[in-house]
Design a protein around this ligand. Structure first.
Ligand code: NAP
Length: 347
């Protein structure tokens, strides 16, 4: 009997250019909002029609840079803009809860940057408001919308690598102490966990669901935010081993190993981006199949397209990141913070 070589499962992620057009308003024109606006324009049929900032000048500059028709000198004015179909919240973590609620209370669906909020408690308030209003709310954990993540999960579900034994992911960037002030500041819910650690946690969640037995150790800055964190958790007999740091650049790789093979996420940069390759590797090290990225640019377009499809179809949750997944990730981060000793002001 001829045996067939195990293969990666094909991606089922739809072409972002086939998603319905949507008119976006951007709330908080900072660093990542630029990436989002470029992806809307280059990678979808949507458009950024308006931007809101605490400063009319900053809003105006951003609108000019990205060709948005209107700029608003307050977030209240942005969410009241009748020409905006959906709001992308791109402010610091500490503000997500308030700004998502602001958009929902104005009747606007929201896509909220990761981490979705500071805590599970804040997350629940936002999701309840979305449910009550019948409006879409989605976590902009862009990696979970990528074809690579779909391929990895489907390959695991097909049993191609056998019983899962280990999920491993690391995310370290040199962003502290000389990087953005946002990361150093407890008042803005800084630290490595919510900014960087959320990726390894989301990767494990994507494959395993709810992590049990979460154990974490970490180091804190003098200001009391986490600098480096190591996390383990289990689901049945599968172990997840996750790390993040904002004090060093690490390889930023991920893998999932099973009894009959493993999947490696490798690439020029981070394991969670559109330029990542996926390799299916046999226990003896033979590479059996590889997925090379077809569209390495504008990786945000997958989350943007899914939000547009969900809103057009009347769905309240993004399919790749249902609310339960956002809740699970936030619950893990709450537990990690409890063990490591990070408390944000006002909690
Ligand atoms: N998906 C990704 O790859 C990725 C990458 C980086 C960051 N992010 C996420 O995106 C979010 C924003 O990060 P960023 O790096 O873009 O931050 P940033 O460059 O500091 O921009 C944040 C923006 O939020 C607004 N803002 C509102 N309240 C603020 C406050 N109290 N303090 C400071 N700024 C405030 C500011 O705009 P105005 O003052 O003009 O209104 C500012 O430009 C975070 O949730 C982060 O985790 C995601």
């Amino acid at each position: 009997m001829p045996t067939t070589t195990p293969r990666l499962a094909p991606s089922t992620v739809p072409d972002p250019m086939e998603a319905p057009p949507l008119r976006w308003g951007i709330l908080g024109p900072g660093g990542i909002a630029n990436t989002f606006a470029a992806a809307v324009r280059a990678g979808t049929r949507g458009e950024v029609v308006a931007v809101g900032s605490r400063s009319a000048e900053r809003a105006g500059e951003f609108a000019r840079r990205h060709g948005a028709a209107r700029s608003h000198g307050s977030y209240e004015a942005l969410v009241a803009d009748d020409g905006v179909d959906a709001v992308y919240v791109a402010t610091p973590h500490s503000e997500h809860h308030e700004h998502a609620l602001l958009a929902l209370s104005a009747g606007k669906p929201v896509l909220v940057e990761k981490a979705f909020a500071r805590s599970l408690a804040e997350t629940e308030v936002v999701l309840e408001a979305a449910r009550a209003a019948g409006l879409f709310a989605g976590e902009a954990m862009w990696s979970r919308y990528l074809p690579q993540y779909d391929v990895v999960r489907r390959t695991v579900e097909a049993g191609t690598i056998g019983e899962l034994v280990l999920v491993q992911a690391d995310h370290g960037q040199l962003l502290w102490p000389d990087g953005p002030q946002r990361l150093a500041d407890p008042a803005l819910a800084g630290g490595s966990l919510l900014d960087l650690g959320v990726y390894p946690i989301a990767f494990a969640d994507h494959l395993l669901g709810a992590l049990g037995d979460v154990a974490a150790r970490g180091s804190l800055s003098d200001q009391g935010v986490d600098v480096t964190v190591g996390i383990t958790g289990t689901v049945g007999s599968t172990l997840a081993r996750l790390t993040c740091t904002m004090a060093a650049a690490t390889p930023c790789r991920a893998l999932v190993a099973g009894t009959t093979g493993r999947l490696e996420l490798t690439g020029p940069g981070y394991f969670y981006e559109a330029a990542t390759s996926v390799r299916l590797v046999a226990p003896d090290g033979t590479v059996l199949d590889t997925m090379e990225p077809e569209h390495p640019d504008h990786g945000f377009r997958y989350e943007i397209a899914e939000a547009a499809r969900a809103i057009a179809e009347g769905r309240l949750e993004p399919a790749p990141v249902p609310w339960e997944a956002t809740r699970r990730v936030m619950a893990v981060m709450d537990e990690v913070r409890r063990q490591v000793g990070v408390v944000y002001p006002g909690e």
